[in-house]
Structure formats: structure tokens, C-alpha cells
Design a protein around this ligand. Structure first.
Ligand code: MN
Length: 427
């Protein structure tokens, strides 16, 4: 079935600002709350939020097999469970409904009043109930930088890294959408030169510039996912800020990996951009040497050209872009991550989320975390208000953006903004 929603010649009767992340060729999926306290599944064109529950009730999806309350829900899990064919049919239909040539809704003011909201009048929610969350470590540049700082130059990359996508199982209970602030966590750390640990507010809160993908039901327990099929089980992508306490991490990570240093918060952007929308931006990933084992081998284009950016905005200050990276630098592809994840027989469900790991590029300005950008705090970053940052200060807002662009269309993720607050105080 062709992806007619991607037709770059199509224009919408809804106005779309120049350089918007959300032209009619994007059609992402999310969940929002209206001023009347109604929660619904929706999409976005330009600066308009569109109520898909209302569209369905008014019969705009007739001919597509959907359960009656598919979009009148507070998560996308059921829709994601329906599979790729349904996602494509619905996205193609939305493109038709909002095509400037189509008068059906365009000329029906009564329906438009019920279906279309100004984006500023809705509150974005977490788009999926995330059952399980896994965070990979798939950027070679990031892994080498971490290895150089925590171990030695010669042993920067551990021997297993080049043979499989390394990951840890994360925590889904503290995944939050853009806009929700994060409290600086308390934790144990070992101060430099000391032999006894202390408990207290973390002294080095960092971001990790990541993307994540959301899966549909992909297998039964015990069943592998062949690499050639992996892509069919990926619904779409979001931006992800993997908040990390570097001092807690340093003390706790051996022998089992990250725990409290990362489970206090993980922020994601609220609109899931579908793999169909990203299709025109497929590119080959980095050459993989040594060649992966057969179950991880794939030919062709399986990475994506997605520009990534992280900025720090101090309280009452302006944005300072501190990192510019690109998804295409990622060594292991999402297909390889998913296939490897299930290769043990691990069950993958609708609404599971898998993070990329911090995505760093080759040069200093492409590093995906403050730890790398300041090289462990040795080279602080100067902000435009004259202050310096080694890590993130209380009341700073971290802003992440991601977008794809060619001569015909720009497809983006919008903003992922989250402010860091001082430690939580129990009332
Ligand atoms: Mn991470």
C-alpha cells in the first residue's frame, strides 16, 4: 500500500507556518487534554491539534476497520496494536481530509469547531502507556568518549560493543512528557579522593541527547524477530532526554550498570513521528566493522538523516545551543536493536519504548551530553549570559529538537523542554 500521505505536492487547507515541523506530510500521533477536560488521541498540522476521536465519531474514517472507541482513549496503545496497515490507512486518510482540494471538512464549520484546536489550548500528555523501557548505548563516538573518561584510551571500547547493541533495562514509571519539570535527585556518591560515600543532592545532573522508538506487539515469548521484519514492528519515534546523575552513576554502575542515576526521570517529546513519515529520510548507517553475526546483518538504508540539537536556557535567559548531532551517526540501527532485544526470546509489546543512547558525532560540538561536551567538567561551557556550565543548574531548562529536511519537505518532532528544579521537598 503506497504512503499517499507523504506526497510532497499536497497542501493543507489549514495554514502551516514556514519551517514548521508539522506540515501535512508529517501527521504524527499523540494524546492531548482539551480545556473541557476531554482526553483524546490526536494529530497535528501546523499549530493546530486535531481530535481524532471526534473525527471518527463524525464518520471521517468510514471504510477503515477500527474499533468504535479507537481514538477516544488516553493512550495510543490499542491503535499501535492494530499494526502497520492500519497506521498507514489512517495517516493516508487524515492527509486526504485536510488536503486543500477536499471540501468535506474544509467547508463544514460546525465540524471544524469540534475537531480542531489551537495547539496552545491543549495540554500534551504521554502518548503511550509505556510497559517496558530499554535504553541502548549505540553511538560509537559516545561509547568511546565514556570509555576514555571512565577507563583508559586503549580500552575505551569494550570488546563486546562492536558485536551487539549494548543496553540496560530502564524504568517506565518516571517517563514524562515535555513540559513536566524534573527534581534534582538525592543519591549516594563517592566524593573525589574519599573512601566513604555520602548521601545528598546529586552535584552533576546531565542530559543525554537521544531518540527513542515505540514498538507494536512483535512476538510471543521465546520467539525471535528476524532482522528483515524488525521495521514492521516499529510505530514511530520521539526525542528523548535521558536525564543522568553523573556522580551517582560513577559510584553505582559497576558491576550491573545504571540504576538510580537514571531512574529519577526520562523526558520524551509528545508527538510520535511515524516511520512512514520518516521514510523519505532513510540513509545508510555507518559501515560496521567487524561484520555483525548473521542474525544482525542487513543490506540497504536503515538509518535516518535526523538533525538533533540540545540547548540550555537559564532561568530568565535565552536558549544556548550546546550540541548539534545527527541520528545517522548511530552505529547500531533500530532494526538491529529490536532484533537483538528479542533474540533471547524477550517479549516485545505494543507501547514498549527503546532509547538510542546518547547520540554523539565525531567532533566536540556534536557530543550528546554535558559530560562529553565539558570533558568531565574540565572545560566548562560559557553561556550567552556570561555564566558557565559544567552540568545542568537548578532552574535551567534543557531543550531538545529533532528534524529532517530535504528540498521539498521538513518533518520534525517539535520541542522537548524540561526544567530542572531543586530536590523535592516533602510537604
Ligand atoms: Mn542513555
Amino acid at each position: 500500500m503506497p504512503i499517499s500521505a507523504n506526497d510532497t505536492k499536497r497542501k493543507s487547507w489549514l495554514s502551516v507556518p514556514e519551517n514548521s515541523d508539522f506540515p501535512i506530510q508529517n501527521i504524527p500521533f499523540g494524546v492531548f487534554l482539551t480545556k473541557e477536560n476531554i482526553v483524546t488521541v490526536g494529530t497535528r498540522i501546523g499549530d493546530y491539534a486535531i481530535d481524532l476521536g471526534a473525527l471518527q465519531q463524525m464518520n471521517y474514517f468510514s471504510g477503515i476497520e477500527l474499533t468504535d472507541d479507537m481514538f477516544m482513549q488516553d493512550t495510543l496503545n490499542d491503535f499501535i496494536s492494530d499494526g502497520k496497515k492500519t497506521w498507514r490507512l489512517v495517516r493516508n486518510r487524515i492527509a486526504d481530509i485536510f488536503d486543500e482540494q477536499n471540501p468535506q471538512l474544509r467547508d463544514n464549520d460546525k465540524h471544524k469547531d469540534i475537531i480542531i484546536f489551537n495547539i496552545d489550548d491543549v495540554e500534551m500528555q504521554l502518548p503511550v502507556l509505556i510497559g517496558d523501557y530499554t535504553d541502548f548505548y549505540s553511538s560509537k563516538e559516545h561509547a568511546i568518549n565514556m570509555g576514555k573518561m571512565f577507563r583508559t584510551e586503549e580500552n575505551a571500547l569494550l570488546p563486546n560493543w562492536s558485536h551487539m547493541p549494548i543496553a540496560y533495562h530502564g524504568r517506565s514509571s518516571t517517563i514524562i512528557p515535555s513540559g513536566i519539570p524534573v527534581h534534582r535527585p538525592l543519591g549516594q556518591s563517592l566524593p573525589h579522593g574519599e573512601e566513604t560515600p555520602v548521601i545528598g543532592p546529586s552535584r552533576s545532573i546531565d542530559f543525554e541527547l537521544e531518540t527513542a522508538f515505540i514498538t507494536t506487539d512483535a512476538n510471543i515469548m521465546g520467539e525471535m524477530i528476524p532482522i528483515s521484519e524488525a521495521e514492521d514492528y516499529i510505530f514511530g519515534m520521539v526525542m528523548l532526554n535521558d536525564w543522568t546523575s553523573r556522580d551517582i552513576l560513577k559510584w553505582e554502575y559497576l558491576p550491573l550498570g545504571p540504576f538510580l542515576s537514571k531512574n529519577f526521570a526520562t523526558s520524551i517529546s509528545p508527538w510520535i513521528v511515524t516511520m512512514d513519515a520518516l521514510e523519505p529520510f532513510k540513509v545508510p548507517g555507518p559501515k560496521q566493522v567487524p561484520s555483525p553475526l548473521p542474525y544482525l546483518q542487513q543490506k540497504g538504508k536503515h538509518s535516518f538523516d535526523i538533525h538533533l540539537e540540545a540547548a540550555i536556557q537559564p532561568e530568565n535567559g535565552t536558549e544556548n545551543v550546546v550540541s548539534k548531532s545527527n541520528f545517522k551517526h548511530l552505529y547500531w540501527t533500530m532494526n538491529q536493536q529490536l532484533t537483538h532485544h528479542a533474540s533471547s526470546g524477550c517479549r516485545i509489546n505494543s507501547g514498549d519504548m527503546m532509547g538510542s543512547g546518547a547520540i554523539s558525532g565525531a567532533n566536540k560540538e556534536n557530543y550528546g551530553s554535558m559530560l562529553e561536551l565539558t570533558w568531565g567538567g574540565k572545560n566548562p561551557i560559557k553561556l550567552n549570559d556570561g555564566t558557565e556550565r559544567k552540568f545542568i543548574n537548578d532552574y535551567d531548562t534543557v531543550i531538545m529538537k529533532g528534524f529532517c529536511k530535504n528540498s521539498q519537505v521538513r518533518i520534525g518532532f517539535g520541542e522537548l523542554c524540561s526544567q530542572l528544579l531543586p530536590p523535592f521537598v516533602r510537604k
